[in-house]
Write a protein that binds this ligand. Structure first.
Ligand code: PGA
Length: 251
């Protein structure tokens, strides 16, 4: 059956020393504690190699927060999927709403990034979600459907099976406002039905769909209690070991 996952997204927080310290703190906790889900941390690029070498990546997965939409070459400042893979990282977040909104990432670019990541054996954590105006207009179902169709539905069923999805309503990210458990379940179930329509029920049933947006220790349990919510992608609350572990322990 599909995996339960709690993934932290550090975004542009923590310098190298602070990041390594947090990773080691989590690693030490996870060495002693049996948890009921996969645990992943997504760190800035410059942390990846050091963090991946400092932790047991079988218990604490390591993810990049992005990768380039080109394989290699004259793209100053970019980091390729192959480079991410060579650090020891196993995952890459793609399509985060901040990347879409602030860096102009289009569904077409994201399609390419997903393909390049998969070609390197990285597992994409692919983010989708609507902005507030779209939710208010009742368009959130269409928005997430289009996001998965445009960037992911060119994949074979086998490759789609390697993707982790993260539904993150943009209005809930970093705002303290969380989707209600009912809102989360409604759209997660819808996303799964869209996947089933394209790839069949077995592939849909196997796909982990995480919720993201102001998820914290106090609300994780009720969000994760939903049958179609398979874990969380955690921003702010992933920056302290205690908070992050509080969410991991909600499973
Ligand atoms: P947040 O961020 O938990 O701080 O709302 C979630 C995310 O952007 O992945």
């Amino acid at each position: 059956m599909r995996k339960k996952i709690v993934a932290g997204n550090w975004k542009m927080n923590k310098n190298l020393q602070e990041g390594v310290a947090l990773a080691k703190e989590l690693d030490a906790i996870l060495a002693d504690e049996k948890v009921n889900c996969d645990v992943i941390i997504a760190t800035p690029f410059i942390h990846l190699a050091t963090v991946a070498a400092a932790v047991n990546t079988a218990k604490l997965g390591v993810a990049a927060e992005n990768c380039a939409d080109h394989e290699k070459g004259a793209y100053t400042g970019e980091v390729s999927a192959e480079m991410v893979k060579s650090t020891g990282a196993q995952y890459v977040i793609l399509g985060h709403s901040e990347r879409r909104a602030y860096y102009g990432e289009t569904p077409e670019m994201l399609k390419t990034k997903v393909e390049l990541a998969l070609a390197q054996g990285l597992t994409p954590i692919f983010c989708i979600g609507e902005v507030l105006e779209e939710r208010k207009a009742g368009k959130h179902f269409d928005v997430v459907k289009e996001q998965v169709e445009k960037s992911l539905f060119g994949l074979s069923a086998e490759d789609f099976g390697k993707i982790i999805l993260a539904y993150e309503p943009v209005w809930a990210i970093g705002t303290g406002e969380t989707a209600t458990p009912e809102q989360a379940e409604e759209i997660h179930a819808y996303i799964r039905s869209v996947i089933a329509g394209k790839y069949g029920q077995a592939v849909a049933d196997n796909c982990s769909i995480l919720y993201g947006g102001s998820c914290k220790p106090s609300n994780a349990k009720e969000l994760f209690a939903n049958p179609d919510v398979d874990g969380g992608l955690i921003g702010g609350a992933s920056l302290k070991a205690e908070d992050f572990m509080g969410i991991v322990r909600a499973w």
